[in-house]
Write a protein that binds this ligand. Structure first.
Ligand SMILES: COC(=O)C[C@H](N)C(=O)O
Length: 310
């Protein structure tokens, strides 16, 4: 059953013309994460590699391709967590870096803190030699178009909150049975400056514990925070639920209790995994036993050999 990696490219509604890129993006990030695991890398190395690839891919709302704040800027959130030690690192509202997930890992590895925010996170990045990138290099035409559209009077607030978003995340179990998670996002469209979502909050955007499993979440951040979705799912697993049932229970609770939609990828230390969502779509992929699994709509589950790039 081991190793395994499961990746998501955000819960929401993915327009038809963008769905192909989203699917190929999550599939290649999954392959990259799986290659790390097969090469003897840790689950932490694998999730950071997969999420880095998706941050670099302009089709997703993370790194390059992030949605814009109401002022037209990019402010990003990310988290990593290591199930062996319960060590975690996060950054929130960070600007001008290409790979927030790598900075989150540096927070975990090089500081005694769990989360650094805004200018403090940037200062830390500088001190670690992380290159600063111009904001323009993180902004796509598509992100700017949607920003403008959503500033217009009468813009659909649903699209604003839970629309075509593509937060990214991954969970993995390595051959030693260690679990890890990573999640990265530009947040929600036209958010207030300084808004911090669920992603960098431990137990919300992700959680990993070798005694239970690991979860990475996506969806409406304010709803996810109200129910601490990642930790809620692991609680259900502690109560004996399977990865799939626990994921569905957490998502159903968030929907009924706070009308929140979202999606998750979940693993347990034995290598059981699930990709579940209450939104219309979520691009996801998983790799296990040299097989690639993937899907986009509810109930979809395609498989192919991991070797086959098509
Ligand atoms: C699909 O959208 C997201 O996942 C956004 C992210 N959870 C946030 O609220 O910051």
């Amino acid at each position: 059953m081991l190793p395994v990696v499961v990746v998501h490219g955000g819960a929401g509604h993915i327009p038809k013309e963008r769905s192909k890129n989203s699917m190929s993006g999550v599939c290649s990030a999954t392959r990259a994460g799986y290659a790390v695991l097969k090469g003897g890398g840790s689950s932490m190395d694998a999730v950071v590699e997969a999420v880095t690839q998706l941050e670099n891919n302009p089709s997703f709302n993370a790194g390059c391709g992030s949605v814009l704040t109401v002022k037209g800027d990019v402010e990003m959130d990310a988290i990593v967590m290591d199930g062996k030690t319960l060590g975690s690192g996060a950054v929130s509202a960070v600007r001008n870096i290409a790979n927030p997930v790598q900075l989150a890992r540096l927070v975990m590895d090089k500081t005694s803190h769990a989360c650094l925010t805004a200018e403090g996170a940037s200062q830390f990045a500088r001190s670690m030699g992380v290159p600063e990138v111009p904001q323009e290099s993180l902004i796509t035409e598509y992100a700017r178009m949607r920003w403008k559209k959503n500033l217009a009077p009468g813009a659909n607030p649903v699209e604003c909150q839970m629309g075509k978003m593509g937060t990214v995340g991954a969970v993995a179990v390595d051959s030693e049975g260690n679990v890890a998670c990573a999640t990265s996002t530009g947040g929600i469209l036209n958010k207030m400056e300084g808004r911090v979502g669920d992603t960098p909050c431990i137990g919300c955007g992700g959680y990993a514990d070798n005694q239970t499993g690991a979860v990475s979440t996506t969806g409406h951040g304010e709803a996810i925070m109200k129910v601490t979705l990642a930790r809620l799912i692991l609680f259900h697993m502690e109560q004996g639920q399977s990865v799939e049932a626990a994921s569905d229970l957490g998502l159903a609770y968030m929907k009924s209790r706070v009308e929140g939609l979202g999606g998750v990828v979940t693993v347990d230390p034995q290598g059981n995994w699930a990709a579940r969502f209450s939104s219309l779509q979520m691009a996801w992929a998983a790799a296990q036993k040299d097989t690639l699994h993937y899907g986009l709509y509810c109930g979809e589950h395609f498989t192919q050999s991991i070797e086959d790039p098509n």
